[in-house]
Design a protein around this ligand. Sequence first.
Ligand code: PHB
Length: 398
Amino acid sequence: MILATTTRRQIITSSAALAGAASAGFLATGAQAQTSKLRVGLMLPYTGTFAQLGVAIENGFRLALNEQGGKLGGREVEFFKVDDESEPAKGIENANKLVQRDKVDAIIGTVHSGVQMGIQKVARDSGVLSIIPNAGLGAATRALCAPNVFRTSFTNSQPTHALGPVLLAKGQKKVVWISWKYAAGDESLEGFKEGFIAGGGSIVKELGLPFPNVEFQALLTEIAALKPDAVVCFFSGGGAVKFLKDYAAAGLKGKIPLYGSGFLTEGVLEAAGSAAEGVMTTLHYADSLDTPRNKAFRLAYAKAFKMQPDVYAVQGYDAGLLLIKGANAVKGDFTKKVDLYKSMGGAVIDSPRGKWTMSKAHNPIQDIYLRVVKNGENKVLSVAAKALSDSGAGCKMG
Ligand code: PHB
């Protein structure tokens, strides 16, 4: 589904204006770079189990820009939107709609790691600037890294890296892992294993189901029979709500402690209600972070969008901050790629999550928090990992 924010009439008007300017000889390339609107493509899920994640990312991104008067490096911004439906099979085609048809200067997207693979290919082939505001696909900032690709979120193994020691400290050594079977689930498991197996933990069973299925019943029955010390999972969005509710309804809540990559309890707390209370997770953000930066962000977001922000809103906001930094460094001239990428690569982002820096492979180096859901809020318990960076293994910036 295509959601064009520009009406046909506007396109015709602006291309007519461009034609006029060209014939009047105004469009020397440098001048065009400075005066025409900057074209920003949003490739996000607006339907399906991750629909709310897409909306939160767009809201956060727009908030950052609006705080700068809606401009990037002095240029007005025109948005082009594609609903990627979290459908990996359409990833390349959808990214090409933005790059080839809409001729965007930058793509902001996406949420789903499988779809990100398509964007990554298009970004590498076309050289268009790509900012990843969620998808944790490791390869994007490892073997398939690129000078024009930057991430403001995480690699899938980062949030779960610090979770193992939390369980081990409680004597919970035998666990069941459960997630959707695709890159995000698999790589979250890898991250969990890093801190859990080495410390003496064992995973008695790895359970999985295809994305975005939510038929959890048989798997929950199996968990009950296995009687592990704890259950650890990766689920997100609509699927996370269903999992939390089904876990409680199956009578497992309160009997077998449930942990997760922190996405389990992001953007879902109202819908999940009491089923989410007490669930402990690790993530690079928490609602309750007691800093002026986070409080100001939460207030501004709630005021602008009449809803509470979550980690996705923060990642979208930070994508905006990063793009603003780059655009200011080149005064809106995106043809100055070397300077643009240098500025973005050296970014220190003053984020609601806390300050973070960009690794050489263009992935955040950031703190990971241990959180618990209390009274419908993700509350910080401690910093589970300080300035955690991803290995960036295999990344060579060509
Ligand atoms: C992913 O597919 O990389 C992904 C999706 C949703 C999340 C986190 C990661 O909440």
